[in-house]
Design a protein around this ligand. Structure first.
Ligand code: ATP
Ligand code: MG
Length: 676
């Protein structure tokens, strides 16, 4: 382990001491060219052919980027390909048919391994079945399944016949499913009878039934029997059984449909942390190229690896880095149905050990939980197979980052902190583990070819150390193409704020007009996040734009206050929100969960207040510190600050079905009532 902690580093910098990737890692890494960033710069946009060349094209593309209709960019637009062919057939053709594609770990300890050949067979059978049900190219198929192998199989079957899929997270409510099916006018649904939740059978089909009642369109439904006799179900009109279909179409194959690179591969809703979920549209060619490239360059995935992204496929991370990225590269991807703490808190480490997992990718929320549970659990297992660790989804502060590297990565695994969004499709900010030094608490530099700039209100780049808005100046292959059926909202939501107003106006008043356009430089994507950049160009993502509290005229970032709290020994997680006092002022409310899980702790409370005062100042001192055993989380594991703000303000709470732990909200409300 090489630790550099030169005297020239600002001791007050919020990032931890930097780490260089160990030589043993660099020696074997996929991507190690020291000048890769410069090479991409010099050859932009042609540099992105490196990504596209990882794919097999039915028809080679001639043009890399078309930007005439910005911000509706087109990548590799005259090329043709099929995503399912790229994830399956070509690996069979290259002699890897007996290589494991998916290792599935079920909630009840069941295990299933699919070789590339097995996966190919089942995807083909289901593709034939979907066609027989009437699914045609470009029809949107909704998939409402938990983490069972039929989920990626259904996705790939859709991709094979050119039908975009829309995966709805299995834990979402009937209403949420209905809204999404309605918006996409989707007439096909793949769901299941139910699934196990902490050992109990939980009815999924009744939610699907309820969702369909309110829909105008008739829906053809395929039901996977996950629970067998544990939850008997009957099939109604327009419903058929997945396993019956497989029997009917046993051994059938379907020619992969050649798609335009710009044809929609899927539609995916954002997790809804900041507002109503948005239906993000992803392309076939650019998306697949970008996820394959980042799987290779950032996650260092190799065909012979056992790779595990412990996210849910109902979230973009699972689409890009459980299904499409790793399968495009022909590796073994682990798919886990359960939770990290069932039947015990060592479940993940047992799976890493038994499967000799090489690469492990998870979210900060999980890492903070591991830290809270203590080192006993991982130390029972041999985790030495791990070569690289990754994190995504929220900012991660140095303490959990270092804990992860130390206790899961054995002190020498590189950790990549990857910043990206549903809308970016694939990773856009991260260190390259074979090249870049890591700084805990900072995601790292933009990836080669990605033009991230942190800017002020006027769009000017801010000085190092200053906080600004995280924007992206040039297009990138994996970027969203639009919001489903809503080009206008795509422009206003992501582009209006920092792009040239004339260019925006023209696009809004005469959409897709063929008149000559202004310079492509007129366009700048706004992520909705705030960030800070350091002298080396490393970006620390601070949080959402809305996460700013105005206390007596001072604008305080909640993330800043949260970092000061998270630094206190014994604190596991925290979220800070504003509460309007009767006098029109805003007060700071801090929610805290401790490592020991105790309700409240006077020593910790004291340290929290001291730390905030010394890190930021007395102005940031919270009005209340509320201890809670857990914080409310979305299904993708993000802290639901919006809801905590409503709770602090005593406001009515909307639909909490998107929460992973809705029961905690009542406990927090009671706690606040006690305080008051
Ligand atoms: P919505 O857009 O509907 O509010 P969402 O933004 O939570 O939902 P996602 O696209 O799943 O939906 O999440 C992307 C967001 O997650 C980013 O904008 C950023 O705020 C956060 N994020 C992701 N990775 C990181 C990271 N490595 N560091 C900091 N923040 C991250
Ligand atoms: Mg978002």
């Amino acid at each position: 382990m090489v630790e550099r902690n030169g005297p020239d580093r600002d001791a007050s910098a919020p990032t931890g001491s930097p780490h260089s990737p160990p030589p043993s890692f660099i020696e074997q890494a996929n991507v190690t060219e020291p000048a890769l960033h410069e090479t991409f710069e010099r050859n932009w946009p042609n540099c992105w052919t490196r990504a596209a060349d990882l794919l097999s094209w039915d028809e080679e593309y001639e043009t890399v980027l078309e930007d005439e209709d910005a911000p509706f960019y087109r990548w590799f637009a005259d090329g043709r390909l099929n995503a399912s062919y790229n994830c399956l057939d070509r690996h069979l053709e290259s002699g890897r048919k007996n290589h494991a594609a998916i290792r599935w770990e079920g909630k009840r300890g069941e295990r299933r391994t699919y070789t590339y050949r097995d996966l190919y067979v089942e995807v083909n059978e289901f593709a034939a079945a979907l066609r027989d049900l009437g699914v045609e190219e470009d029809d949107v198929v909704t998939i409402y399944l938990p983490m069972i192998p039929e989920l990626p199989i259904a996705m790939l079957a859709c991709a094979r016949i050119g039908a975009p899929h829309s995966v709805v997270f299995a834990g979402l409510s009937a209403d949420a499913l209905a809204t999404r099916m309605d918006a996409a006018e989707s007439e096909y649904l793949v769901t299941c009878d139910g699934y196990y939740r902490r050992g109990d059978a939980f009815n999924q089909k009744s939610k699907a039934d309820n969702a369909r009642i309110g829909l105008e369109q008739d829906v053809q439904t395929v039901v996977v029997d996950r629970l067998g006799d544990d939850l008997p179900h009957v099939l109604g009109e327009n419903e058929c059984d997945y396993h019956d279909l497989r029997e009917t179409f046993a051994g059938e194959t379907v020619e992969p449909v050649s798609r335009d690179a710009e044809d929609m591969l899927f539609l995916m809703y954002t997790s809804g942390t900041t507002g109503e979920p948005k239906g993000v549209v992803h392309s076939t060619g650019g998306y697949l190229a970008h996820v394959a490239w980042t799987s290779r360059a950032v996650l260092d995935v190799k065909p012979d690896d056992t790779y595990w992204c412990a996210a849910d496929i109902g979230w973009i991370t699972g689409h890009s880095y459980i299904v499409y990225g790793p399968l495009a590269l022909g590796t073994t991807t682990v798919m886990y149905e359960g939770t990290p703490d069932y039947p015990d808190r060592d479940r993940l480490w047992e799976i890493v050990d038994r499967n000799a997992v090489d690469i492990f990718y998870t979210a900060p929320t999980a890492i903070r939980a591991f830290m809270k549970w203590g080192t006993d659990y991982p130390s029972r297992y041999d985790l030495s197979s791990l070569r690289l660790l990754g994190t995504v989804g929220e900012p991660i502060s140095p303490r959990p980052w270092n804990w992860y590297r130390e206790h899961i990565g054995g002190g020498d695994c590189p950790v990549v902190d990857t910043w990206w969004q549903t809308e970016t499709g694939a990773v856009t900010i991260s260190t390259l583990p074979g090249i870049d030094e890591m700084k805990p608490g900072s995601a790292g530099p933009p990836l080669p070819g990605i033009d991230v700039r942190v800017v002020d209100e006027a769009g000017e780049e801010v000085e190092p150390g200053q906080t600004g808005y995280l924007t992206i100046g040039r297009p990138w292959p994996g970027m969203a193409r639009t919001l489903y059926d809503n080009d206008d909202r795509f422009v206003t939501e992501y582009w209006r704020r920092f792009s040239d107003p004339d260019a925006v106006n023209r696009q809004l008043t005469s959409p897709h007009s063929t008149e000559s356009r202004e310079d492509a430089d007129d366009w700048r994507y706004f992520s909705g996040d705030t960030a800070r950049v350091d002298e080396d160009g490393y970006i620390t993502v601070l949080g959402r734009v809305d996460d700013v509290i105005n206390v007596s005229g001072h604008r305080l970032g909640t993330m800043e206050i949260e970092s000061a709290i998270a630094d206190v020994d014994g604190v596991a997680e925290t979220a800070v929100v504003g509460r309007s006092s009767g006098t029109g002022d805003t007060e700071i409310y801090a929610y805290v969960s401790t490592e020991s899980g105790h309700d409240s702790d006077a020593v910790i409370q004291r340290s929290i207040l001291d730390n905030i005062e010394s890190a930021i100042g007395p102005i940031a001192r919270p009005e209340a510190v509320i201890f809670t055993p857990e914080l409310p989380k979305t299904r993708s594991g993000k802290i639901m600050r919006r809801l905590l703000e409503d709770v602090a303000n005593g406001e009515e709470l909307g639909d909490t079905s998107a929460l992973r732990n809705p029961e905690i909200v009542g406990e927090i409300q009671a706690e606040i009532a006690d305080e008051g």
